[in-house]
Write a protein that binds this ligand. Structure first.
Ligand SMILES: Cc1ncc(COP(=O)(O)O)c(C=O)c1O
Ligand SMILES: N[C@@H](CCCC[NH3+])C(=O)O
Length: 443
């Protein structure tokens, strides 16, 4: 079993994360429980920053907060000197509440509302990543009402297909995101923005997809971007000072996943930028990237308690846990694969192959198909690894299941950073119309 970061098996044969025995965490905090290895998150942040420093280029590493956005995470990102990419007023609000400096925030999204735009301008965020012409003109109008000039990047779709699941692949021409490069919309957008007095264009942004294991897609995107940059310089006389190459760097979820070290992705990108821009005699721009999954993904472990067990002889053994697609929708959405161990008997030999079912009323609520484990019993603690990205942030209350707590562990300390939801959280926004009988009942 591959263990990430500070995770290891301790003398009692229990999984330990951040110096804390997982079975003791469960006794104290209950299950399901998201446990985040803070040291590993910080290590990943530093790997990106160090790799860029080594390149000698000017850079910003903006953590894509959609992967996991809570106030404590924003604090870490701030402390590690990264910028932050937000994609909604909720993420922006979380960052601001955490004291994240507004000038290091970049606002993304293909349908920003006028309210979100106004809020972000009032807070003086660093940059908008503009997705389309409707947004561009709305942004200019709101900025001019407020007598502000705002920095923007244009999100372009470079026509590069990343080798990943089609739902998380975004760089191809047929995408809901961004200005198409090949059909001329990106060029038209630059022509238009140069006429707008309340917008300062910094450069362009390209994000080709997520969970990518190769560097070729990023290099191809750089090829496309430099071609575009040169055309804009030669025909419109405008120089891009920033190129943002998005996120998408893959991580190891299961055996057979072959991500590159962070430094290799960064080196491929920075080398490609240096070579391409010097070939065109173009001033080397500042490079921004937006990793999400690769910062937090492998630091997360979800702990569950095993409940029921169903053996269909000759077909399958189902082991059900007290969570499922509500805390981790990725297997249901993308056929994502995960690994698991028994946290309370982590050193015992494999005895059976079982499939891990969630507790939702949904046949598709399966967390893992066919995982090898010791003989599983009711009450065992199952640990699913690599759940730090797009798990808590995509969790739901389907079946009115309360969302789990999130715990940060580091050097033997364990701190709740998101409380487990209560029944009051579940019904807190419900209202019963006055024409119906009003009852107040405490369970
Ligand atoms: C624009 C943009 N930037 C960054 C990311 C982060 O991607 P990842 O978590 O794969 O690094 C995404 C999500 O795929 C995105 O859409
Ligand atoms: N939510 C996706 C990736 C994010 C896509 C955002 N552009 C996943 O879990 O893999």
């Amino acid at each position: 079993m591959y263990l990430h970061g500070t995770s290891k098996i301790n003398d009692k044969g229990h999984l330990q994360i951040g110096g804390r025995d997982a079975t003791e965490l469960v006794q104290q905090f209950g299950t399901p429980l998201y446990v985040m290895d803070e040291a590993l998150i910080r290590q990943r942040c530093r790997e990106f920053v160090d790799a860029f420093r080594a390149s000698g280029l000017k850079f910003q590493v903006a953590y894509a907060s959609k992967a996991f956005c809570v106030m404590a995470m924003c604090r870490i990102v701030e402390e590690e000197g990264l910028s932050l990419d937000v994609v909604s007023d909720g993420e922006l609000y979380t960052a601001l509440q955490a004291g994240f400096p507004a000038e290091r925030i970049h606002f993304h999204g293909n349908n920003k509302t006028p309210y979100e735009i106004a809020m972000a301008i009032d807070e003086q965020i660093g940059c908008f990543v503009v997705d389309n012409l409707v947004e561009l003109h709305m942004l200019n109008a709101i900025a001019s009402e407020k007598r502000q000039k705002v920095n923007v990047l244009f999100r372009i779709t470079p026509g590069v297909e990343a080798h990943t699941h089609e739902y998380i692949s975004t760089g191809q021409n047929d995408s809901k995101f961004g200005f198409d490069l090949d059909n001329g919309s990106a060029y038209q957008a630059v022509q238009e923005v140069l006429q707008l007095s309340n917008i300062q264009l910094l450069g362009v942004h390209s994000h080709i997809g997520s969970q990518i294991f190769e560097v070729e897609g990023f290099q191809l995107a750089v090829d496309k971007v430099i071609g575009f940059a040169a055309k804009v310089r030669d025909e419109l006389g405008f120089i891009f000072s920033v190129i943002n190459l998005g996120g998408g760097f893959g991580i190891r979820y299961v055996e057979g996943d072959t991500p590159l070290p962070v430094a290799s992705y960064v080196q491929a990108i920075t080398e490609s930028i240096k070579t391409n821009f010097s070939q065109y005699d173009y001033p080397t721009p500042e490079i921004w990237i937006e990793p999400g999954r690769s910062i937090v993904g492998d630091s997360g472990t979800t702990l569950y308690t095993v409940g029921t067990y169903k053996d269909i002889p000759g077909i399958r053994k189902y082991v059900a846990v007290d969570g499922g697609m509500t805390d981790n929708p990725r297997p249901a959405l993308y056929d994502s694969r995960y690994e698991a161990i028994l946290a309370n008997r982590a050193n015992e030999p494999v005895e059976e192959v079982v499939s891990i079912a969630g507790k939702c009323c949904e046949s598709g609520d399966m967390l893992i198909w066919d995982v090898e484990l010791p003989k599983v019993n009711t009450g065992d603690i199952l640990a699913v690894t690599c759940t730090g990205a797009y798990n808590y942030s995509m969790a739901s209350n389907y079946n009115r299941i309360r969302r789990p707590a999130v715990l940060f562990v580091k050097d033997g300390e364990a701190d709740i950073v998101v409380k487990r939801e209560t029944y009051d959280d579940i019904v807190g926004n419900d209202l019963v119309p006055s024409r119906m009988k009003q009852v107040s009942k405490t369970v």
